[in-house]
Design a protein around this ligand. Structure first.
Ligand code: GAL
Length: 656
């Protein structure tokens, strides 16, 4: 097995040997000047190497339309530089200042009910507003001209978490831009009418100007318009990213440009697989979501980020030292979790471990959000843990620059299937695309099997086993790729896969249309389950959420499990069709992590995939590999005996 390309496309502009960077968002404007020098001293004590600066500083940098105030920022950047700390300088366009929204209320987004999204929070700007764009680019130009040559400047940080709050805008600007985007995609109205199926409910358009974003409608809106609006909204923000990036590249060609993605949880509006090529290196923000799979979800997100980055190192721009402030109940991290979370990101390719934020705010909406320096100050367990993390990262510089070692198993990840499968007016509104993918990932971890979570558009042909959970949107070309793959290798897919084409139109003739022949099955009707209902299988597992009325149509299909109870009793529940030297398997219900852990061994065996871990460690330890390094991550709260490699403390990570 070879290591993926180990040369980053482009990394920070800074001198010195490769190392794992360590730092945070730094918001000095929230503090009096006297604190700044103390901050830099404490950063040095903690081993901080880089900070992201000026993310929300627009109102300070440009207090009035014609007035710029760089004095404070000059001072902060010089102080940081004198302390040997590099700067990832934000373009400061994330939160427009009050003078701008007062003078130009037409930049404010409009929600689907037609209400204005007022200032008072942040990100109150329309991605498609030409007025906002002009003001933002003016600010970008001013910053690039002033700081482009500053020796502390290591990278540009475009805006911040593009689309975190303003991705879906239903304003007239959005309507105009949506129409232009649609003209580009379809060229003619006839093609659009065909793709959207507008003969349904008399929706046929006779003029482009009749097309609107999916504003609040009387009932279920046209699903293909929904899909195109999601594609368009992701593209509109990508367009903003490109506009800032292009100007930065023109003015400061030697400074790399990035922006922080949000590969985490249910955050699905931005198709990051499609954005990755726009940045010089991928950066991600990740926050742990409470729940039984919290740790695995972090690993899953880091893994996907690493594969979005093409296996090359990426930058963890934000995570938290402890509690956040935006969940219903915000719990502190348990001992060990800060280090384990950070090092799990490193295990999956992060060459920088940064936090939101350096010093915990005293005022504002995020004052209860943890930081590297808590309200209690430097004399605190949290700060001591931060210092220890800085030391650990400094000792791991030989990891920096190494690429991910690909696994034998891939889980395909598809933003369009995520968008469409969770649309309304479907057989069930309970289906959760990412949860199903995560369940497979957890099951593989339970068995000690390394897997890569890879975007469906990337090259996954080398994987011996490809798992495609709820791969709902399958255009003809993708069906052909999957079919070719299963000739030599092994494919597993699940319920509600292969159902529609790229226009969200059904593949006819029985489900799962696009994959029916490949799987050798035919489904006339879906059998979604009500809350609390379940269906037992004859292999001892239990399905929830969904069942299918499966008919086996090809004698080459082996029935791996049948339904024992419920409407589908006696019918096939899990099937596998031998195809050439490979196979194509189908799982027709939601088995959850435990059920999948029980079912996977047969599928892995057929693909010839075995665990790289000794049996005593499987399930308790996650293995990740970068270059020659093996990361052993304790998934449990108990010590694990690694034999000759010693004891792996609870929630700890060992790097061999
Ligand atoms: C991110 C954001 C940061 C901070 C953080 C809190 O969404 O980029 O500015 O708000 O969340 O968790």
């Amino acid at each position: 097995m070879t290591t993926e390309n180990t040369t980053p496309r482009r990394w920070l502009r800074r001198a010195g040997a490769p190392r794992l960077e360590f730092g945070a968002d730094y918001n000095p404007e929230q503090w009096p000047r006297e604190v700044w020098a103390a901050d830099v001293r404490a950063m040095r004590a903690a081993g901080v190497t880089i900070v992201s600066l000026a993310i929300f500083s627009w109102a300070r940098i440009q207090p009035r339309p014609e007035v710029y105030d760089f004095a404070w920022l000059d001072e902060v950047i010089d102080l940081l530089h004198a302390g040997g700390i590099a700067v990832d300088l934000a373009t400061a366009t994330a939160s427009p200042p009050p003078w701008l929204t007062t003078r130009h209320p037409e930049i404010l987004p409009v929600d689907l009910h037609g209400n204005t999204v007022w200032p008072g929070g942040r990100q109150h700007w329309r991605p498609t507003s030409p007025v906002f764009r002009a003001h933002a680019l003016r600010l970008v130009r001013a910053l690039a001209s002033r700081y482009g040559k500053h020796p502390a400047l290591a990278a540009w940080h475009v805006n911040n978490e593009l689309g975190c709050h303003n991705v879906y805008d239903y304003s007239d600007d959005a309507a105009n831009a949506f129409r232009a985007w649609l003209r580009d995609r379809y060229s003619t109205l006839d093609r659009l009418n065909e793709a959207w199926g507008t003969d349904f409910w008399s929706q046929r358009y006779s003029d482009w100007d009749q097309i609107l974003p999916p504003r609040q409608a009387a009932t279920h809106p046209n699903p293909t318009r929904n899909l195109d609006f999601k594609r368009f909204s992701s593209d509109a923000l990508k367009d903003h990213l490109r506009a800032e990036r292009d100007l930065l590249r023109e003015l400061t060609p030697d400074v790399p440009v990035t922006t922080n993605f949000m590969v985490m949880g249910q955050m699905n509006p931005m198709n990051y697989a499609d954005w990755a090529a726009e940045v010089d290196f991928v950066a991600n923000d990740h926050y742990v979501l409470p729940g039984p799979q919290a740790r695995d979800e972090l690993s899953f997100s880091a893994n996907l980020t690493g594969n979005i980055a093409g296996g090359q190192p990426w930058f963890l721009m934000e995570h938290s030292t402890s509690a956040v402030n935006w969940q219903p109940v915000n719990v502190a991290k348990k001992p060990g979790e800060l280090h384990r979370d950070s090092l799990t990101h490193v295990a999956h390719g992060a060459d920088a471990v940064c936090f939101f934020q350096w010093r915990q705010s005293r005022a504002g909406a995020e004052k209860y959000h943890s930081a590297m320096v808590p309200h209690a100050g430097e004399d605190s367990a949290l700060f001591r843990s931060v210092v220890a993390l800085g030391e650990r990262l400094a000792s791991l510089s030989e990891v920096a620059g190494s690429g991910r070692v690909p696994a034998d198993v891939a889980i395909l990840f598809d933003w369009e299937s995520w968008w469409v499968a969770e649309n309304d007016s479907h057989p069930t509104d309970r289906l959760r695309y990412r949860q199903e993918a995560l369940d497979w990932y957890t099951a593989l971890l339970n068995l000690g099997i390394r897997a890569d979570v890879v975007p469906v558009g990337s090259s996954w042909e080398r994987y011996r086993l490809v798992i495609a959970p709820i791969l709902h949107v399958v255009p003809a070309a993708l069906a052909a790729r999957l079919t070719a793959h299963a000739q030599e290798n092994h494919l597993v897919t699940t319920y509600f896969s292969g159902i529609v084409d790229e226009h969200d139109q059904i593949w006819l003739g029985g489900y799962p249309g696009a994959l029916r022949d490949l799987l050798g099955i035919r489904i006339e009707e879906f059998g979604p389950l009500l809350d609390g209902e379940s269906a037992d299988l004859d292999n001892g597992t239990t399905g929830t959420l969904w069942t299918d009325r499966v008919d086996v149509t090809d004698p080459a299909v082996e029935i791996l499990a049948r339904y024992k109870t419920g409407e589908q009793a006696e019918r096939a529940a899990i099937t596998r069709r031998a195809v050439g030297a490979g196979s194509a398997a189908y799982v027709s219900t939601r088995l959850g992590p435990d059920g999948l852990t029980a079912v996977l061994p047969r599928l892995l065996e057929a693909a010839g995939v075995t665990s790289e871990l000794p049996s005593a460690l499987r399930g308790r330890v996650e293995l990740a590999r970068r270059g020659d390094h093996r990361f052993l991550i304790n998934r449990t709260s108990e010590p694990v005996d690694l034999g000759p490699d010693g004891i792996l403390e609870p929630r700890a990570v060992k790097i061999l």
